[in-house]
Design a protein around this ligand. Structure first.
Ligand code: B12
Ligand code: SF4
Ligand code: SF4
Length: 400
């Protein structure tokens, strides 16, 4: 997932601090508590108010960038000062309301789909409508509700849409702790939630608190990562992450990682699926996050068959569009190379090869070679492989 249009645009509505905020401390305290309640009423899992101090995180981010772990996501290196001092993004803002919204949809069991090599696995966060729109709309509603009390309010809502270190802000706000997989985890809700922020110009009392890190000695997420993308606890080499490779990267997927990607065609959830805290993840009641076009249970071949017009039509209002039709075919070609194969798959790949972009063509060639190799495997070898992977899956499920 990405952010990042640079923005120092003024607040949506503007007031000069002190001009309208003549509330006394007690009234401000009451408003702060009300905001947390209104946020819940609007479908957020939690909200908390902070004055951010990201100096430590900012230093760590620099180290991370120096190592080149961001790959082609050059925007992460831009606007460094704004990342350190996010309030400078919105003139006159003095507080951030950090929120989280659960997204786990009522979808087909993830493990079942991951095990079926002919089906497509799409990360759970993006089976439905693009979350940016849903979450931002809701944050603007929260702002409108606040403005009803304060008469005037300067605000701006952000959802993964500016040079903001959202996880670091939410952690400081007390919405959870940073898991070893780098995502924020909440004791009561796991990690399947989005983060977002409402910048405001009212000097509300803050509600930040330190949440204990509950990872303990567990390393399940680090161990399970199919592409070994973690350099260590809390440090991800994004260039190896399937989410980066299938969504952000516009280039060829490194050959040595292709077979490890399995059937994951857009994003990946493995490090979260294995996390014991996700036993507490709540299903989202949001209609917007419900799977569209049966994307939670659909064959690779069906998706490979979408021409560009169908792709654009079916991904309207969905974050999947980000990968573009070319990226989509590239990803599915890799997954087909990892599938059970068969005549239909072979034919579909060969047919597409006749008329496709060279990037896609190269991945199709790879898939065909993989399948030809697989075909030559003896039946015994295949049985050995599948029973070994069954044992591994059983172990994984036990840990879940
Ligand atoms: C770039 C990005 C990505 C990149 C890089 C991911 C990453 N971990 O950085 C890629 C494309 C790989 C990605 C993938 C995913 N993303 Co993303 N992504 C972002 C984005 C836009 C920026 C994150 C960022 O700044 N990364 C830079 C690195 C440096 O940040 P960091 O990992 O937090 O780095 C810290 C540590 O490395 C630490 N550190 C460094 N050195 C050291 C040393 C020690 C000893 C320690 C302890 C720490 C430490 O300090 C760094 C600075 O804070 C945010 C939105 C935002 N604006 O914040 C969403 C965001 C983080 N993504 C999100 C999601 C949901 C995902 C996916 C689950 C999507 C999917 N299912 O495919 C995966 C998960 C992969 C994973 N394990 O992280 C959510 C996370 C929600 C949550 N619960 O935390 C966010 C917040 C978007 C949102 N608004 O909801 N993402
Ligand atoms: S999202 Fe997948 S590939 Fe990326 S770090 Fe997590 S398990 Fe590894
Ligand atoms: S799997 Fe274990 S180590 Fe990883 S985030 Fe969850 S609790 Fe922490």
């Amino acid at each position: 997932m990405t952010s990042d249009k640079p923005s120092t645009q003024p607040a949506e509505q503007h007031s000069t601090p002190g001009e309208v905020h003549h509330f006394n401390q007690q009234q401000l305290q009451k408003l702060a508590s009300d905001i947390e309640i209104w946020a819940l009423e609007l479908g957020f899992g939690q909200a908390s108010i902070i004055i951010p101090d990201l100096s430590l995180e900012h230093r760590l981010l620099k180290k991370w960038l120096d190592k080149g772990y961001h790959g082609q996501m050059h925007y992460l290196a831009n606007h460094s000062e704004l990342r350190r001092k996010p309030l400078d993004l919105v003139p006159h803002s003095c507080r951030i309301i950090s929120v989280r919204m659960d997204y786990s949809p009522p979808a087909k069991n993830s493990i079942d789909i991951l095990r079926d090599r002919d089906k497509a696995y799409i990360a759970r966060y993006t089976l439905g409508r693009d979350y940016h729109k849903t979450v931002k709309k809701r944050l603007n509603k929260l702002a409108e509700r606040i403005a009803q009390e304060t008469a005037q309010l300067g605000y701006r809502a952000f959802v993964d849409s500016a040079p903001i270190m959202e996880r670091a802000i939410a952690e400081q706000a007390g919405l959870g702790w940073s898991g070893k997989h780098t995502l924020l985890i909440n004791r009561k809700a796991g990690s399947y939630f989005f983060l977002a922020e409402l910048f405001i110009d009212i000097p509300l009392p803050t509600s930040e608190k330190k949440v204990m890190n509950n990872c303990g000695r567990c390393t399940a997420c680090l161990d399970i990562c199919p592409t070994q993308a973690f350099v260590g606890a809390n440090i991800l080499d994004a260039r190896r992450c399937i989410s980066y490779l299938t969504i952000e990267s516009k280039e060829a997927i490194p050959v040595e990682l292709r077979s490890k990607i399995g059937n994951r065609i857009f994003g990946c959830d493995d490090c979260q699926l294995i996390c014991p805290w996700n036993k507490f993840a709540q299903h989202s009641p949001e209609d917007d996050f419900k799977p569209r076009h049966h994307l939670d249970d659909i064959s690779l071949l069906e998706l490979f068959d979408w021409d560009e017009a169908t792709f654009l039509k079916n991904t309207e209002g969905s974050a999947i569009r980000r990968t573009g039709h070319r990226g989509w075919l590239r990803n599915i070609a890799v997954a087909l190379g990892n599938s059970n194969g068969g005549t239909e798959v072979q034919q579909a790949l060969e047919e597409k090869l006749l008329d496709c972009h060279p990037l896609v063509g190269e991945h199709i060639q790879w898939a065909l070679t993989q399948l030809a190799g697989d075909h030559n495997k003896t039946r015994t070898e295949q049985l050995l492989v599948s029973s070994a992977s069954d044992r591994k899956q059983a172990l994984q499920l036990k840990r879940l």
